[in-house]
Each structure stands twice: as C-alpha cells, then as structure tokens.
Design a protein around this ligand. Structure first.
Ligand code: SF4
Length: 431
C-alpha cells in the first residue's frame, strides 16, 4: 500500500513542479514514506534522517517530510526530537502534501498534518491520472480497519474501514491498463471488507475483469471473517482471478485467536479453504503468523504447526510477537523471549520444508508466466506464475507484458528458472 501511496504522491507533487530524482544529492525536497507495523520503525526514521543530514552537511538542507504510519502514530515525537524534520503527514492526509510543501517553501516551521481525511484524500486522488506504468500495478480500493486485533496498529494509524467508489476505481483500473498494466493487485488492509453502496469485492472484481487488455487480477490482504460466499464463488466465475489467496490466520489455536480478537476460529478458517479448494483444486494459500503471542503455550504452538502442515501454505510470513505501543496487547505478559525465539525458529524451519517440497514439485511442470521486465543480464526476463512465484527465463524476443507457458527446469527458495514452451497470449481470458 505504501508503494501505491508513494506513486500517487509522485503524481501529485508534479502539480507543483517537483520531479522525482534518482540522485539524492540533488533533491530539494525529501519525502520518507514509512511503515509502523514492526518494532523500531521510529528508530529507522531517525537513522535515515541521520544519513540525510550527513549528505547535506555542506549544502542547504532539503525540505524534509515524513509520511506514512510512523508520522501518524509518532509524529509529535519525530518533530520534537529531530529538528531536521519539517513536517509529518499521515496516510489519510496525502492530498494536503502540496499545500504543506508550499508552506514550507515560505517559512520553515514544523508542520503536523495527521488528521483522518480519507474521503477528501481519495476525492483528491480521483482528480488526477495515475501514471504508474508497471506491468503489475497496485490499486488501493479500501483502507483502514474496524477489526481491532489486539496486537495491531492499523486501526489507529489508517483509521476506520473506508471503501472507494467503484466507478472511480474502474476508471483508475482503465488508466493503469492504458499505461501498460496487464495485472492489477487490488489492495486494502481488509480488502474483502470492500463495500461501496452494496458493491462488494466480488462485484468489483467482475467489473474490472471486463477490461479487455487486463489479464490477471489479485487482491490482498483478506480477513477470514469477510470471506463471504460470493467471494468464494467469484474464484469459479472469473478466470482472470489468480489462484493464490493470501489469508492471514496468525495462530492455529482458538484460545490465542480469541485473545488476539481475531473474530474467527481455526475451524472457520479451514472451512473457507475447503470451499475454495472444492471450487478450484489449483488454489494455493499463503498466510501470516505471529509466534509467541502473550499467553501462547506449547500446546497452542503445536496447534499452529498442525494447521501449517494441514494447509501446506506455499508461503508463510512469520514474526515473533512485537508489542506495538498504543495497542491493547502492549501491556500483556509476554512469553519468555528465548522460548518465543525457539518457537519461531521451529516454525520457520517447518514452513521452509513445506515450501521446498512444493517448489521441488514444480520442476518439469509447465506454468503460465506473465513477464514484467527484462533484467540487467542480457536476454533474461522476470515474471510471475499464477501462484505469484518469481520465474526467470532467457529469451531473444522482448517478453515484457506477455504471458507464456514456461517449463520449470530448476529453482531455489526465491526464484524458479525455466524455458518457454507455448505462447498463451491468444488464450480467451473472458471473465
Ligand atoms: S484485521 Fe488486519 S489490519 Fe485489522 S486490526 Fe487485525 S491485523 Fe490489523
């Protein structure tokens, strides 16, 4: 989501004649877009500003803005502690960035812009073209969260759930496809909570899939509670929808899920996966896990391992519980750190084994790859298969934006290598 926001900020500041530069030394305005989801986020900001100060030691300082969730959550601390920072601007106030920069051009006194103006923000985004021209482009359709998981900062930094107008989104999706996108990844903190005047995520997917030159659609991140029947069904009805579902579960223990206020049980989670697999056995799952959440016993942890083995997630993103200031979980009694670390190591080793055997099973198989870009090494192209696995092939023909059948020859944990067999561009992708 920060990548999408950064692109929109770049489009916006062009209106006041600023252009992106690849050379930091020549910047006269510096915007750092930040994420607050993990520990030490604020320290990282101070570290970055320290580096910036060194670079500009013998020159006039640039205008310095800190954007994103760290600005939202800890903006006052940033402004108080680091005088080099001129303004903090929260994620729901990006539409005010040009005004903020213009003010700072005239008088350099610190500015705090951290109101929740999400409607105004998207109204403003809708007034100028999205110029992102990647083959795989992000499109934020929903922001914020009403779920209040006890460990999470999002409801406090991004505010309540808000869905953008479907008409505006279809317009922006068309712009992205005109710019060259062949895949659109629909984004939201709770993407499947999308609901604009009774238009749900499934309705939006169906509408967007009608865009002629768009070949693939993905969405992330979903919440099990909002995984409704219509969304399950759309995986049968929309061939452009890719068969990888990122569905965070966080724990395999109902006791811990309740303590986290996740609003779903393990059984409900399994039921969703089962229904999806019934519709399409090719569907694979990835998930997020918190290991060592306060109150997690050895048995709770065993249940998480059981779930991982049962589903066989092709990607598991796991983290040790990290207490975020301002969240209800911050004050809870924590699991002993070395015990939590050991559990994380065990979890990651099991998740890696599952991933390794999945990736081995792909050798000699043929997958459909959408190629996104050429690589520095001559004649090499990078793309992703339907399950979002990174694939590299060699080709004398420019493959950018094309879908090809690729036979996988070898691979490691991050990348698969293959050779092209049959061109799929003629495939009928009708929704
Ligand atoms: S549903 Fe996701 S974004 Fe919302 S509070 Fe829970 S973890 Fe955070």
């Amino acid at each position: 989501m920060n990548e999408y926001d950064s692109n929109r900020i770049l489009d916006l500041i062009k209106k006041i004649k600023y252009e992106p530069t690849q050379n930091l030394n020549e910047a006269n305005c510096y915007i750092l877009n930040t994420c607050h989801i993990r520990e030490k986020a604020t320290d990282k900001v101070f570290h970055e500003i320290g580096r910036l100060k060194k670079k500009f030691r013998n020159k006039p300082k640039p205008i310095v803005l800190i954007a994103g969730c760290v600005a939202q959550a800890e903006g006052d601390i940033l402004l108080k502690r680091e005088k080099y920072i001129d303004a903090v601007i929260g994620p729901q106030s990006y539409h005010k960035i040009n005004d903020t920069i213009s003010k700072l051009e005239k008088q350099l006194s610190p500015i705090d812009v951290t109101e929740f103006d999400v409607i105004e923000k998207f109204d403003s985004f809708n007034t100028y073209k999205n110029t992102d021209n990647k083959i795989s482009s992000f499109l934020t359709i929903q922001e914020g969260c009403d779920k209040f998981c006890k460990f999470c900062v999002v409801p406090y930094t991004r505010g309540p759930e808000y869905s953008r107008s479907s008409t505006e989104l279809i317009m922006e999706a068309n712009q992205l496809v005109e710019n060259g996108a062949r895949e659109i990844i629909l984004l939201g903190q709770n993407v499947n909570a999308y609901n604009y005047k009774e238009n749900k995520l499934s309705d939006l997917i169906l509408e967007i899939s009608k865009i002629k030159n768009l070949k693939r659609i993905r969405y992330t991140t979903s919440h099990p509670k909002d995984f409704t029947e219509d969304l399950i069904e759309i995986h049968k009805n929309c061939k452009k929808l890719m068969p990888l579902i990122h569905l965070p579960v966080q724990s395999g223990s109902n006791k811990i899920l309740e303590a986290m206020n996740r609003k779903h049980t393990v059984e409900e989670y399994l039921k969703i996966c089962k229904k999806l697999l019934k519709i399409n056995p090719e569907i694979k799952f990835s998930s997020d896990f918190i290991v060592g959440y306060p109150g997690e016993t050895k048995d709770d942890f065993k249940n998480t391992i059981k779930l991982v083995n049962q589903i066989g997630f092709i990607n598991s993103f796991s983290f040790m519980f990290s207490a975020r200031p301002g969240t209800p979980a911050y004050d809870l009694v924590r699991v002993d750190e070395s015990e939590a670390k050991n559990r994380l190591i065990k979890f990651q080793s099991i998740a890696e084994d599952i991933k390794t055997s999945y990736r081995k099973s792909l050798i000699n198989k043929t997958v459909n790859v959408l190629f996104e870009n050429s690589m520095k090494k001559e004649n090499r192209y990078f793309g992703r298969d339907e399950h979002f696995n990174a694939v590299i092939v060699q080709s004398k023909q420019d493959l950018t934006g094309k879908i090809k059948n690729v036979k996988i020859i070898k691979g490691n944990q991050n990348t698969l290598y293959g050779e092209i067999t049959l061109n799929l561009d003629q495939t009928n992708y009708a929704a």
